[in-house]
Design a protein around this ligand. Structure first.
Ligand SMILES: [Zn+2]
Length: 574
């Protein structure tokens, strides 16, 4: 039997394929139409995931061409291209949400959304690579033919596949593919060599219930390089966080020249005993930011220096703060030049003051030309001042001034979020604004008072008090007030709140809100929070790993919403 298999394998040869690092999915087609989709591995199936998969451009809802089995399962890998990944993370950073570590996590996160319109905005893609006929049969005799068929039916198939006569030839191409992978627009983590003859797949079988014998996967270890760490510098982020990074002697890692690597925080630098002047190992995997793995202690010559975080901000010379229990140090000065660009862009972002037309490019131009020094200066800008700048037409100047004027009327919660106080994301801003009603009463509140608000305890309360303790921050707020920026939150009393008289139930883990934050927000808006689902429940807010309550809601026909929809309903009509 083995001798025959060997001969047949030789006839059709082998196929090499790029191994995409995404989320494995399977799609069921009946009579050429998509009926259900599921994620593999964790086996999540159901309406929500099917609805999300339908938003992906590479998932055909109806197949083109002909010759497909009456019922079949198509396997594919859903992935997020690097470009979309960068955009999603930039948005999350702006919103104060935790960023995704890699495109695979981002793709899996996008598939788990309860609102398909969010999944659609994440711009996922999919490569199809296998078919299993449930009813009928697939005409392709070889894996290469099958991939061609998938392409004709309307699927996207990865284009770097190649056929080889012998396994040795297939394996010999791996170094070439290793240099190709870093240049791809998506994350790939290796190569799979497959036996081309499909009929042999069943015969060769599966080992241990998982790895098929006819496919040989080779995962690339992320490439490590050794170079000199020339210096450790500090980048000041929007919230004032001082982020140390390594300035490296330029080194090539998987086809890319790396000059800097993240060092996260001073504790990690001390823990790894990384010193300035050290030879270090640097790792880079796909789009993930290069990281310093460890110093090569053997290569030290005594000239290395230990790193000390500066006591004063490298951008504005204000004394930096280190909060208890936190690894980061912060510059507390809201007018810090290092923070200012990021903060202007954040201030103008959609969930803050929503000033359309004020992105990075414009903000940088206004700051570089000293047209503005901080966000309060925006409110005195004139059309004449703007048209005097390069690349500013009369019309766009007029639009920007109008957008800035419009932003004066945003609620206090938008302004609080826009100020970029550390730990104060959209939710905390809303909780604070609802509780205090005005900037004046929030600024007058002490730590104990802020600490009593569910979902705003501990480090958050400390950060809020510290922010308003800083003289320059108080001055900035005063100037905004003088410029006519609204300092109040529209009254949403329990009786007249946006959820007045409604009963809500929470289940599962929400993407950003904690249980107590969500509950507080619902109650502040006049809603009632119940522990179990009944016919009298108005809506169930479901997050990840929602269980029995979600099933019960579906059975009773109770509306199920996600966190984003809850936040929309909490927003006061303006
Ligand atoms: Zn500073």
């Amino acid at each position: 039997r083995n001798a025959r298999i060997v001969t047949e394998v030789k006839t059709a040869g082998y196929i090499t394929e790029i191994k995409i690092d995404g989320a494995a999915v399977s799609l069921t087609y009946e009579q050429g139409r998509l009926t259900t989709g599921a994620t593999r591995g964790n086996g999540v199936i159901g309406e929500a995931i099917t609805a999300n998969l339908r938003t992906i451009a590479d998932v055909p809802l109806a197949l083109t061409g002909d010759g497909w089995p009456a019922v079949m399962e198509v396997r594919g890998e859903v992935y997020m291209p690097y470009e979309a990944f960068k955009r999603v993370n930039a948005d999350r950073e702006r919103d104060g949400d935790p960023i995704y570590a890699n495109p695979r996590n981002a793709a899996a996160g996008a598939l788990r959304q309860l609102d398909p319109s969010i999944t659609r905005r994440r711009r996922l893609r999919m490569f199809a690579f296998a078919v299993e006929a449930v009813e009928g049969h697939v005409s392709a005799k070889t894996h290469a033919d099958l991939l061609d068929l998938l392409g004709r039916w309307g699927f996207q198939v990865e284009s770097h596949r190649r056929r080889f006569g012998t396994l040795a030839d297939a394996q010999a191409t791996i170094p070439e593919l290793e240099t190709l992978i870093p240049q791809l627009p998506f994350q790939a983590d290796g190569v799979v060599i497959k036996v081309n003859q499909i009929a042999l797949h069943a015969e060769l079988g599966v080992v241990g219930g998982r790895e098929p014998r006819w496919a040989l996967a080779r995962k690339f270890a992320p490439e490590v390089a050794v170079t000199r760490l020339n210096d450790i510098l500090i980048n000041v982020g929007r919230t004032g966080a001082l982020n140390p990074y390594a300035v490296l002697e330029p080194v090539e890692i998987s086809g890319v020249t790396v000059r800097a690597a993240t060092l996260h925080n001073e504790d990690l630098i001390a823990q790894k005993d990384i010193r300035i002047g050290d030879w270090v190992e640097v790792i880079r995997a796909g789009e993930v930011i290069p990281q310093v793995v460890r110093p090569l202690v053997d290569r030290r010559d005594g000239g290395e220096r230990e790193f000390r975080m500066p006591a004063r901000c490298p951008a504005c010379d204000t004394a930096v703060e280190r909060i208890a229990d936190e690894a980061m140090r912060y510059c507390p000065n809201a007018s810090c030049t290092g923070r200012i660009l990021e903060s202007v862009v954040h201030f103008a972002s959609r969930d803050a003051l929503d000033i359309r037309g004020l992105g990075y490019e414009r903000a940088r131009q206004l700051l570089d030309t000293r047209t503005i020094v901080d966000v309060a200066d925006l409110y005195t800008l004139t059309i004449a001042q703007l048209t005097a700048l390069e690349r500013f037409a009369e019309q766009s100047a007029g639009q920007l001034v109008a957008a800035i004027d419009e932003s004066r009327r945003r609620p206090l919660s938008s302004l609080l979020f826009g100020l970029g106080i550390r730990h104060v994301g959209k939710t905390v801003a809303l909780l604070l604004s609802r509780r205090f009603g005005s900037m004046e009463s929030l600024m007058g509140a002490d730590l104990d008072t802020i600490n009593t608000i569910p979902g705003v305890g501990g480090a958050i309360a400390e950060a809020v008090v510290a922010f308003f303790h800083e003289t320059r921050n108080r001055a900035l707020v005063r100037r905004l007030q003088d410029a006519g920026v609204s300092m109040v939150e529209p009254r949403t009393t329990a009786a007249g709140g946006t959820l007045a008289g409604k009963t809500y139930v929470l289940t599962g883990t929400l993407p950003t809100l904690s249980r107590s934050q969500a509950g507080e927000l619902i109650e502040q808006a006049g809603g009632h929070l119940a522990g179990s689902v009944s016919k009298r429940t108005d809506a169930v807010v479901a997050g990840a790993d929602a269980g029995g309550k979600l099933e019960k809601a579906r059975a009773l026909g109770v509306e199920v919403i996600d966190e984003a929809e809850l936040l929309r309903r909490l927003r006061p009509a303006s």
